[in-house]
Ligand binder design. Structure first.
Ligand code: SAM
Length: 279
């Protein structure tokens, strides 16, 4: 039997390869090439334009960091916007917060949501929750035009190429600031500190031109280039380093997670010297 292997070329001379058991979906939407692979070592994997987006094996490290750090930093998140995130992993984590009354997901590509609903139910199961509305639109256009206000905005974007470039521009952050309620905050995935050090530092500078409080934090994602992954938070009032752990423990009680617990909330913000604030 012919073996199928998939490689994401992550740098000019290196990449990450997995053996594929089955190709569950392969097609091209208006925006990108989409594949959902069943793999021997990583479970089901979503690939866009030949780039790993999420895998069943390591997705918790990414989605829990992306969702729980901002939601536990905000004292009472009720209305949440997720931009991108069509696999549903971030929405699934947001819904674990009892205070959350509504989650709007603005995803540009209908095909990603349709196929993840079909093939990756462990991630996409939250889409059937009555608190969730899915809007198919460009996230940059949405935040510019909407009249709705949010407590927390989470940007779960791919790399800054193609339709996602606009999700890393100052104007986008300014428009997000404009749709935040008092004390609101936003967070965005901001690439690999190892492979894209200058990008990580520059995005912190851009956030600082828009938000009074800016913090960066890290997680570990085996399938992303460099394995260490960064997030940048912009906040109007609440500082993730000043959360009250006892308060978090009360809110966390009964929540099922793999990675996050209140005792490591602040530890996520420990940065290596080459990207840390003063460096
Ligand atoms: N966890 C992933 C990562 O870091 O690589 C991101 C996964 S999620 C599937 C990213 C989604 O953002 C994709 O489904 C893509 O279609 C969507 N997207 C790209 N550009 C967008 C835009 N301008 N507005 C809304 N969604 C966008």
């Amino acid at each position: 039997m012919t073996e199928i292997w998939f490689t994401e070329r992550q740098e000019e001379h290196s990449g990450l390869t997995v053996r594929v058991r089955d190709v569950l979906f392969s097609g091209k939407s208006k925006y990108q090439e989409i594949q959902i692979l069943d793999t021997y070592s990583l479970g089901k994997v979503l690939v866009l334009d030949n780039t790993y987006q999420t895998t069943e094996r390591d997705e918790a490290y990414y989605h829990e960091a992306l969702a729980h750090i901002p939601l536990f930093t905000h004292p009472n998140p009720r209305h949440v916007l997720v931009v991108g995130g069509g696999d549903g992993g971030t929405v699934r984590e947001v819904l674990k917060h009892k205070s959350v009354e509504s989650v709007d997901l603005v995803e540009i590509d209908e095909v990603v949501v349709r196929e993840c609903k079909k093939h990756m139910p462990t991630l996409s199961k939250g889409f059937s929750d009555e608190r969730v509305s899915v809007i198919f639109e460009d996230g940059a256009k949405y935040v510019k035009e909407t009249n709705k206000k949010y407590d927390v905005v989470i940007v779960d974007s791919p790399d800054p190429v193609g339709p996602a470039v606009v999700l890393f521009e100052k104007e986008f952050y300014e428009n997000i600031k404009g749709i935040l309620n008092d004390g609101g905050l936003m967070v965005e995935q901001t690439e690999s500190p190892l492979f894209s050090k200058d990008f990580v530092i520059n995005i912190r500078k851009t956030f600082s031109e828009v938000f009074p409080i800016v913090r960066q934090y890290l997680t570990v994602v085996y399938t992303y280039p460099g394995a260490t992954w960064s997030f940048t938070m912009g906040s109007l009032k609440h500082d993730p380093l000043k959360v009250d752990e006892e308060e978090l423990n009360k809110r966390f009680k009964g929540m099922e997670t793999k990675i996050y617990y209140p005792g490591i909330h602040k530890a996520f913000f420990a940065l290596p010297r080459y990207i840390k604030e003063e460096g």
